[in-house]
Design a protein around this ligand. Structure first.
Ligand SMILES: N[C@@H](CCSC[C@H]1O[C@@H](n2cnc3c(=O)[nH]cnc32)[C@H](O)[C@@H]1O)C(=O)O
Ligand SMILES: [Zn+2]
Length: 433
């Protein structure tokens, strides 16, 4: 009867934002939920599985709130360029050739990397999303998926893409035992003209779903938006009605004080992508100001072609470091806040209210790091170590929705050898096509 019950014994658990952020004790998981966490040993009935947690650090699974998973196929293909040229000269011509199978293998590669690196939830804005959903189902990961749409095309093609986005969102919302949810996502204000963009707002209303888009990523984008529409991107999207829907915007690098206020007022989340912003020289987002204004700031990797990995520990560390560097204030984005951005705030910003925290009633999405390694010693402050010393390689075990999907660094749900081979073959095939 109690066969689906697991108790972690003698573990250390990260619960940032609470009085005791590094807790020593026990955690009970029943089916897909955490049912207990605390210092007092729970009664362990016969048949309950126990896990010795004494050499491990448990923490919520990381939540990657912006990305394009199939772009891992283009990792290293087009480095050291500015955004517009990188998109127009390198990414878009290759992406035009992508088939559903290409997306399937690119996404498989990314999901494998993410799971092994402790990411238990990801957001994906891309094309051929049915295939992304397939990988999500198979791998056991949690995902918020959306068909991203670039509207720089004739009206009939625009409408066809919109219909695809709507059908995908409707068909997959709540699927894979609830591990998949969906959103509505025009790619960006500079790739979707206003009259097209508002159709997405309407669709999001009709389906009662949240929205996601790229916004204010580069200075050039902001200037161009002002030139084309007489408004900076935030006011522009406000005018188009996007913020009447629950919304998350990616990047938000170039924001004025007034724009930060608008985002706070509408409760619009910002997915901060420090690695991608640094690599494309887009700039440094005003994260301390956003947080101070009460904006939910989360972390994303963006696609692997502008990062060039999907290591959320790296994003967390970058977020904690660069804002100290640019502000000259070493107290900016302290470790607990960086960790919250990568977990709880991440879940909130993609509208998953039972993910991102180790607490009774929350989904059992959690990871365990091997803390016996030299770079984790001595065990002074394990929360600090998780932010400032850890990397994806330290992840030993991963659970999503109560099921173990990575054990001793090996993915239990995906065929790693096959994915390795297919990823290479797929890239070589794309070059020849
Ligand atoms: N091909 C689709 C649109 C895909 S949405 C995802 C798009 O975002 C692009 N992308 C990736 N990273 C960034 C970024 O940082 N800023 C803007 N676009 C990006 C990516 O190359 C891809 O084309 C269509 O039929 O309309
Ligand atoms: Zn992006």
């Amino acid at each position: 009867m109690s066969s689906n019950k697991t108790v972690i014994v003698n573990g250390r658990f990260l619960v940032p934002g609470t009085e005791q952020p590094v807790l020593s004790g026990y955690m009970t998981i029943e089916n897909d939920l955490i049912t207990y966490i605390g210092e007092i040993e729970p009664v362990i009935e016969e048949g309950t599985q126990t896990i010795d947690g004494s050499r491990l650090l448990f923490m919520p699974g990381l939540v990657n709130t912006h990305g394009h998973t199939a772009m891992s196929l283009l990792r290293g293909y087009g480095d050291d360029m500015v955004l517009q040229n990188w998109l127009q000269e390198k990414m878009w011509p290759m992406e035009e050739k992508f088939t559903g199978d290409d997306v399937y293998w690119g996404t498989s590669l990314s999901v494998l990397e993410m799971l092994k690196g402790g990411t238990t939830t990801f957001l994906d804005m891309y094309d051929h999303m049915d295939r992304v959903a397939e990988v999500t189902e198979l791998s056991g990961i949690r995902a918020v998926l959306m068909r991203g749409v670039i509207g720089l095309c004739p009206e009939d093609v625009q409408n066809h893409k919109l219909a695809e986005a709507v059908a995908f969102a409707r068909n997959w919302h709540g699927k894979a035992d609830g591990r998949i949810t969906t959103m509505i996502s025009p790619h960006a204000p500079y790739t979707c003209p206003p009259e097209f963009f508002v159709k997405f707002v309407q669709a999001a209303h009709d389906l009662d779903l949240p929205m996601h888009t790229h916004m204010s990523e580069t200075r050039r984008e902001v200037e161009q938006n002002a030139e084309d529409y007489g408004l900076r991107p935030v006011a522009h999207l406000e005018k188009l009605g996007m913020f009447t829907r629950p919304s998350l915007v990616a990047h938000g690098v170039h924001l004025t004080d007034e724009e930060i206020e608008i985002l706070a007022r509408y409760n619009v989340g910002v997915s901060h992508n420090p690695g991608s912003n640094l690599k494309l020289a887009s700039g440094v987002a005003r994260v301390p100001e956003l947080l101070r204004a009460g904006v939910t700031v989360s972390l994303g990797t963006d696609g692997a072609a502008s990062n060039n990995n999907l290591d959320m520990f790296e994003e967390m560390r970058l977020a904690a470091l660069i804002h100290k560097g640019v502000s000259g204030d070493p107290t900016a984005v302290p470790a607990p806040e960086a960790l919250l951005m990568a977990t709880e705030y991440g879940a909130q910003s993609i509208f998953l209210d039972r993910v991102g925290r180790l607490a009774p009633g929350m989904k059992a999405d959690f990871i365990a790091l091997d803390i016996d390694q030299p770079h984790f010693l001595p065990h002074t402050d394990l929360l600090s170590h998780a932010v400032y010393s850890a990397s994806a390689k330290d992840v030993a075990h991963v659970w999503v929705d109560g099921k173990q999907v990575v054990k001793h660094g090996q993915c239990l749900t995906l065929d790693e050898e096959q994915i390795r081979r297919k990823a290479q073959e797929t890239f070589e095939g794309l070059l020849k096509r």
